[in-house]
Design a protein around this ligand. Sequence first.
Ligand code: BGC
Length: 724
Amino acid sequence: MNSKKTEWTAKWIRPKEPMGDACPVFSKTWQQEKTPESAVLYLTSLGVYVACINGNRVGDYVLAPGWTVYEKRLQYQEYDVTGLIREGENEIQITLGKGWYASPMPGWVEKEKQRKKERKTGILGELILSADGASNGRVIATDQTWKVSQGPVRFSEIYDGESFDATFVSDKEEEVCEFSWPIETLIPQQGEQIREMERVCAREIIHTPAGEWVVDFGQNITGYVEFTVDAHEGEQIKILHGEILGKDGNFYNENYRSAKAEINYVCREGKQTWHPRLTFFGFRYLKLAEFPEEPKAEQFTAIAVYSDMKRTGFIRTAHEGINQLFSNVLWGQKGNFLDVPTDCPQRDERLGWTGDAQTFTKVASYNFDVERFFRKWLRDLAADQLESGSVPQVVPNFLPDCRESAAWGDAATVCPWQMYMTYGNTSDLAEQFESMKKWVDFITQSTTTKCLWTGGEHFGDWLGLDSPPGSYRGASREDFIATAFYAHSTHLVVKAGRALGRDMSGYEELFQEIRKAFQKEYPEYLTQTEHVIAVWFELTEDSQKTADALAEMIVKDGTQIRTGFVGTPYILHVLSNYGHTDLAYTLLLREKYPSWLYPISKGATTIWEHWDGIMADGSLWSSDMNSFNHYSYGSVADWLYEEAAGIKPVEEAPGFAKARITPRPDKRLGWIDVSLSTRHGQIRSAWRYVGDSVRFEITTPVESEIVIGDRRETVMPGTYTYWG
Ligand code: BGC
């Protein structure tokens, strides 16, 4: 990481007179006697910026400076722009959109209330030009000598989209004014940069029964469309975004709720190619509400924009449905890891819901290298944590009233611990340790019953299939879940403290007391989720008995899952760890609703928020809560890594310094081939049925314990084959 720049000669600037919806373009020209030896631009904004020098784009960071708890931590970027500076006159131009900072977020709060807290955007930048032979170099810094004018971006907001007028010519330069914003809050880029990562060509143009032109990309993505059109000056383009087609085959996006997710474009004369630059959308389909000609697929490319994470996990199997499921999990992560782990990328939320991140953190860390991504977000979580230790439901916190919920606030402990397990970085764990403890202390201090977490308002087993009519919260008892997570978080604090060499006897005692109180208060378990977390968090007196009871309950329930956000991530793990691997596979491979594969039978290319977002008869779950890109249930893929292929970290040797490899084959899957790039090299575990026998092939770069059936052995780095 670059060292922090503490001295700034630049001043924060914004337009002196408000410009309404139009995005301001700040500019400065200067004379350069010779080209400099080096030129470095430091830049940040309240809002999102695109910078150009002499008409050339600076860097490839999309939606810079990213999304943090701006009031406390605002990233600036550093660009080497030596190649962009020339002899003679130079010009720097910076276009500024509202971005996350100033868009009316969250979108479901009434516009009136939003207006009251309207936030003004601005920029701060410094271009440092080294000696050019003729001068000693100089600094071009934002200050009141800069000019500002309206640009062709006439409107840009996170939820509502972008309007661009390609015919717009600014006829007026206006004054800027300086304003203050604490320099101490500035930090160098900490997360991964957001980039244009993939391009997806349009698959086909559909002429719907309602007579609409709809572009289908065949994949639900997050980003924006690039289109090319040959048009006359003044012709209009209006594009709407959607994730699915309705039952009737027509365009549908009521599930975006108040987010307009619209592109409005005024053409100039001739052939032109354009895409938005200051916002993003979640979409598979585009409705061309206005378009100057009959559209052709080759005119449209979807550009997937997400944090530049390196892919580390690969899973292939003989089962096409499972392969598609894994692809959906990956696309769910790409689409929702746009600087902050969000619930969804399309409707009027797109927020860093802590509970969603908590459920998905393990699989996220296997699929991609997310160490930097989570490092940044967890620093934001700590920054937004209240003095009391309470963790807001979303980070960065944008909700009108700050409240906490069990299984959501626990992101404070679960995510840092998972990062430590996957990457083994002690300093990141140490950074988060205070925040982890504060969360547990908060529960201890705020609960109404000692050692149980009672009271408070929780989301329960969110979207559990056993939810009582009219509720989203599952049938599991909220105090049960809250106490179980209280115990789990306390346990994680104990483990983290020990890993850091601290005396954890106080928290260890607390964990044991919560466990005892839990057992006394909850002698029986009423739902699938209650069984699952009692076992997985080591709270039940007899784990085997509880896991067996869970298996029985699942069969009684029709051999199907009834769990929501809380129980789903662990249900298959509990089954396979207690002798019910067969049932775990039955649930995994089930194709009828409710199941992970059911959405695939309906054409899903990302993970759905609801098990039945589209019902068997094609009708839709209510539009007020029906995202088709909500990664939480995609956590199931961590079972494929850890149980089906059996690749697991070892607590005493985090970051895969050692590994346990315990593959669990099943004939119905046929074969699996999984590889995981770790800090210590690539681990591969594959098995394949040959008749009734299974051939296992394992490659490990570290000392590993391999368990296959009853055989257990410790091996050194190498490749091993077994028959079972
Ligand atoms: C979000 C969820 C989130 C939940 C909290 C929803 O609106 O989309 O994924 O965790 O609220 O209950």
